[in-house]
Design a binder for this molecule. Structure first.
Ligand SMILES: *[C@@H]1O[C@H](CO)[C@@H](O)[C@H](O)[C@H]1NC(C)=O
Ligand SMILES: *[C@@H]1O[C@H](CO)[C@@H](O)[C@H](O)[C@H]1NC(C)=O
Ligand SMILES: *[C@@H]1O[C@H](CO)[C@@H](O)[C@H](O)[C@H]1NC(C)=O
Ligand SMILES: *[C@@H]1O[C@H](CO)[C@@H](O)[C@H](O)[C@H]1NC(C)=O
Ligand SMILES: *[C@@H]1O[C@H](CO)[C@@H](O)[C@H](O)[C@H]1NC(C)=O
Ligand SMILES: *[C@@H]1O[C@H](CO)[C@@H](O)[C@H](O)[C@H]1NC(C)=O
Length: 354
């Protein structure tokens, strides 16, 4: 009974899996219809030097495979945009979906800026002594400095983990179904084993630029003169092939700084680096409200990759616990070897969902 169900789900999975390549890049195609020039096209000289220094840097230890007992190569490097005070979110991510004991081909690193609070700085330093997975540069960690964080990550990856086959960027309130993600990427590998120059994400075409000055996303015409954005990705989770890190870092030096990091990194810089966008479509992010039901329904369980959990961190743990319970049927050996370390009594009321 269980077996039949899983086979059926596999078919659904593969059916949804076939993602299509969208377009090569935005520079020479439809966006030229408007006479207004996009100010965030690459210049012929360096206009955006990334001149910050590392305060913390675990360096090669993150991705070197020689040191670890398993000689597996790095299949996915995960880098997480994290805030200085989000210590608990980092703990949850380390203990759940990015745990290396369960996924030996995965590496994890957090990207953080600095804060003027010395106590927090000390705590981050201490945290890094324990986990050796925090990269910190000396710019102030702030909303309008997220673009610096994105560039910092591209730079770091291109130096210290360029061998990774895929790079996954997430925010620290995302839960990834690592099983689905890995399966999806290996499926894409079968179609093209040497995939390069690729950005896999939820692509937004012609996103309207917000002109309402009361909005969090408001942009003046001076900041962004076009009425629609050229193609770019939903920023909470996207994946690119390892070769793109260096190419995008280099391109960022030539693209004028713009604080909207999602557009800057996955739009302006990625297209300057001649990336090919590949649409995730239905495999993509879902909001917290529907995350619980969608992650857990048997119809969509194997097709959902990312859930957004800005609220309680217990929700992140709870979803992961349920993902593991589901996966136990498919991967009995690996899941069995992974210990459950959280309090199962946190959500007694939701036990009847299964
Ligand atoms: C993408 O690039 C390929 C090869 O350069 C070209 O043949 C194709 O027409 C391009 N597709 C689009 C949508 O621009
Ligand atoms: C970069 O920073 C260093 C000090 O950290 C400084 O000496 C140098 O002038 C800076 N370069 C640029 C181009 O801003
Ligand atoms: C990791 O690998 C790099 C490049 O192969 C090497 O230079 C470095 O010494 C290694 N570091 C560690 C800690 O093993
Ligand atoms: C961004 O970082 C720079 C360098 O640390 C700092 O001067 C600037 O104030 C920061 N921006 C914000 C909005 O905090
Ligand atoms: C770096 O980017 C510039 C501007 O996009 C480009 O002209 C140059 O060829 C790139 N260099 C490398 C090594 O990719
Ligand atoms: C991107 O493609 C354009 C047009 O083919 C080329 O001029 C440019 O050098 C390429 N840039 C990079 C970074 O590869």
């Amino acid at each position: 009974m269980e077996l039949k169900l899983i086979l059926l789900l596999d078919l659904i999975y593969i059916y949804i899996d076939i993602s299509k390549t969208e377009s090569n890049n935005s520079v020479s195609t439809t966006t030229t219809e408007t006479p207004i020039q996009n100010p965030y096209e690459p210049k012929d000289r360096i206009v955006n030097p990334h001149n910050f220094s590392y305060l913390l840097n675990p360096g090669y230890t993150v991705c070197n495979t020689s040191s670890s007992s398993s000689s597996s190569s790095v299949y996915i490097l995960v880098y997480v945009h994290s805030g200085p005070t989000n210590y608990q979110r980092r703990i949850v991510i380390r203990e759940t979906w990015a745990t290396q004991t369960l996924f030996p081909e995965l590496r994890l690193v957090f990207m953080i800026g600095k804060t003027l609070d010395k106590t927090i700085m000390k705590a981050i330093e201490y945290e890094n002594e324990i986990y050796q997975d925090i990269v910190q540069e000396d710019f102030i960690d702030a909303y309008k400095n997220l673009t610096y964080k994105g560039i910092m990550a591209l730079k770091w990856v291109s130096i210290y983990c360029s061998q990774a086959k895929y790079i996954l960027k997430v925010d620290d309130d995302i839960v990834t179904n690592t099983f689905t993600l890995t399966k999806h990427l290996k499926f894409l590998d079968k179609l093209d084993p040497n995939r390069q120059q690729t950005l896999l994400c939820l692509v937004w075409h012609a996103m309207i630029v917000m002109r309402d000055s009361k909005s969090k996303w408001y942009l003046s015409k001076e900041e962004f003169p076009l009425e629609k954005f050229p193609p770019y990705c939903s920023g909470s989770a996207y994946i690119f092939t390892g070769d793109m890190a260096a190419k995008m870092y280099n391109a960022s030096l030539y693209v004028p700084f713009f604080w909207v990091d999602d557009y800057y990194i996955t739009g302006a810089v990625a297209s300057a680096a001649n990336v090919t966008y590949t649409q995730f479509g239905s495999l993509y992010t879902i909001s917290e409200q529907v995350a619980h039901t969608r992650f857990l329904s048997s119809k969509s369980f194997y097709t959902i990759m990312f859930g957004h959990f800005p609220g309680s961190m217990n929700h992140m743990r709870e979803i992961w616990r349920r993902i593991l319970i589901r996966e136990k049927f498919k991967y009995p050996t690996i899941v069995k070897s992974h210990s459950f370390s959280w309090d199962e009594t946190i959500h007694p009321q939701s036990n009847n969902l299964l």
